[in-house]
Structure formats: C-alpha cells, structure tokens
Design a protein around this ligand. Structure first.
Ligand code: Q46
Ligand code: ZN
Ligand code: ZN
Length: 339
C-alpha cells in the first residue's frame, strides 16, 4: 500500500478516512487534524497558556509534542501517584516524560528518514516554536505524605482498586495547579477509543447527567474550575500510537496495573469487534452523539448544582464543609500547601 501523497510505502491505512500515508505525510496530517479539532471546538488560542496532563503514555506525550509543533504555549503536568507495585509503573512513566521533554525531540520533525535530502528538509519546525516548555511535577507522596495505593487502602475507597482515590486526587491536583499557575485550559490526551468506551458505558445505563457533560470542551462553568479540553477526541488509539512511532517518542507501553481488566477496557474490546465488522462505527457513534448533544438532546440534564467553597482549600464543592479531596486527605490535619 502506497502513500496517497507520494510514492513511499504507507505506515498507516485509515479505512474510515479512505486514506493511506507514509510516515512523513502522516505526521503532517496528524498535527493538522489536531489543529483543526482545536479550532472547530474552540478549545484555546495560541495566546493562551495550556497545561497538558502527561502520564508518560503515547497519547499525552503525542499531544504535548503536537501542540508544541503547532506553536501553542503548552506546558506539562506530571502527577507522581506512587504506583510501583508489582511493576515500577510510576517511576518509569516519570522517566519517559522527563526524557521526552529534556531530549528536545519535539523541536524537530523526526519522521523515519528516507534519504539525506529529506532529513534536511524535515528539520524545519511546522511553526516558529518560541515557547520553552516547563514540566511541573507533583509527587503525591511528597506533597501529601502517602502514595495513592496507601491512601486508598486506608480510606477503603474503591473495593480493592485505588482508582476512585486516584481519580479524585488527579482531578483535584490538575485543576488546582492549572488555576494557581495561571493556565487558561487543561488538555488531556483522551482519544476516540477512550471517549467511545465512556459513551457506551453511560449510554447502556442512560446516565443522562454524564452524557450531558461528555464533550471535547468542558467550559470553566464557574470560578475555581478550569476549562478542560480533549484535542485528540477524534483520533483512534491506533492513530495516536502511529504518531508516537513516526515521531520517535519513547513512551511507557504498559498501562497502570490497576487498569487491567477494568470495565472501560472491556467496552473497548467490544467496540473493537464492532469496528472490525463495520469500519468507522466508533467514529460515527461519537460524532453522532456530539451532533445530538449539540442540538440540545441532553440539555435538560445538564443541571447546575449549587456549589459552596470548601472551608479548607476554597475549591468549589457540592456540600458545605470540606470538599471530597480535603476530607479524603484530612487536609486540615496536614501542614502542607495544597499543591
Ligand atoms: S492511574 Fe489511577 Fe488510572 Fe491506575 S489507579 Fe486507576 S485511575 S488505573 S487512569
Ligand atoms: Zn507520503
Ligand atoms: Zn478542599
């Protein structure tokens, strides 16, 4: 199979787009599509500082790479969860994240070279990249005194899995750091497969409130909350992985050990079977959902709760008193800055 734009062998064939591309042209197509999504959904502008939540995986590192190549003012936030048992997942993911940004590989095109001439021309950045990216690292154990598995065990949250404690902590730290450091927006690397798995989960249970809030952009609906965006929401997982590959991004292949066997992965497997039978099914499920949502199908379920300020940290919370994060971490008892 050949590239649509040149004679070289294709590295990817996207049946849903009827498009095959070589490494170089795929890299160009991918960043252009990223920019189109950012503009289409009005995610952010080139003037606004963006905080990218990076985990060391293919999606978040590819997102940071693509945003920098497009000339956005993108910095990274890595949250050290302390998940190193049975395998050193957190340690390796931090290593990969640091290596990515310190290597400066995002500065130049790094598609597999075909000849000398091509290497020379591929050294040109897409846009003038004047931004010097910063990586913020928040280590949960150093900041709050315990790693995620430990606090989850102590608080008996999540029936044996630390995901509830982890998700609550990550959401809080991301939002808080973005606000404290003056970022206009928080970007995550969720891809189409992630979004469609959640969509299916919410649809099967008709969780209309969740459906009303599932979108490429979640506006900062009130003071104390940051706008959240998902620029990769239209890319299949295979497409972000191929981008990481053609860009030479070294990422952590393993998932968090606690993700193994979770419900989201089960739905991903089901949806992959559907996609095999019917190419493009995932993309149209998602896009048709966005269309219906855009037409107001879920508007009535988008309830705006009355929020209170947490009496410890000041963040918005649904019940008066301490927020869920401060309660779980007993923040008033710890002598630490919140972030
Ligand atoms: S990191 Fe945290 Fe995930 Fe691991 S402990 Fe669960 S929530 S699975 S995205
Ligand atoms: Zn080509
Ligand atoms: Zn609080």
């Amino acid at each position: 199979m050949h590239c649509r734009k040149c004679e070289r062998a294709a590295v990817i064939n996207m049946r849903h787009h009827k498009l095959s591309l070589c490494g170089e042209h795929y890299g160009e197509w991918f960043v252009a599509q990223t920019d189109r999504a950012i503009e289409k959904y009005k995610m952010f502008t080139r003037e606004e500082p963006v905080l990218v939540a990076v985990s060391g995986g293919k999606d978040s590192l590819s997102l940071w790479d693509a945003l920098l190549r497009l000339g956005y003012r993108a910095d990274g936030l890595y949250i050290g969860l302390g998940i190193n048992d049975p395998a050193p997942y957190s340690d390796v993911s931090l290593e990969k994240t640091r290596a990515f940004i310190e290597s400066g590989g995002w500065r130049v095109a790094k598609n597999p070279p075909h000849d000398e001439l091509e290497i020379a021309s591929s050294q040109t950045p897409l846009l003038a990249m004047t931004h010097q990216p910063v990586l913020h690292v928040v280590d949960i154990e150093q900041t709050y005194g315990k790693a995620i598995p430990q606090i989850a065990r102590e608080k008996a949250r999540g029936q044996g899995k630390p995901c509830a404690a982890c998700g609550l902590t990550k959401r809080y730290v991301m939002n808080r750091l973005a606000l404290d450091k003056g970022y206009a927006v928080l970007a995550t690397g969720h891809n189409l497969d992630d979004e469609v798995a959640v969509l299916m989960q919410n649809t099967l249970r008709w969780q209309t409130g969740y459906l009303a809030r599932q979108a490429p952009v979640l506006p900062a609906s009130r003071e104390g909350l940051t706008r959240k965006v998902k620029p990769f929401c239209r890319f299949y997982e295979r497409e972000t992985a191929t981008y990481a590959l053609v860009r030479g991004i070294d990422y952590i292949y393993d998932e968090c050990p606690h993700a193994v066997g979770n419900l989201t992965n089960f739905y991903k497997t089901l949806l992959n079977q559907l996609e095999t039978q019917s190419p493009g099914a995932k993309l149209s499920f998602y896009l048709e959902f966005l269309r219906a949502r855009g037409e107001g199908a879920f508007e009535q379920f988008n309830k705006v709760d009355t929020l209170h300020a947490c009496e410890v940290c000041g963040q918005p919370t649904s019940a008066p008193g301490r927020c869920a994060f401060c309660r779980m971490w007993d923040i008033e008892k710890l002598d630490v800055a919140v972030v």
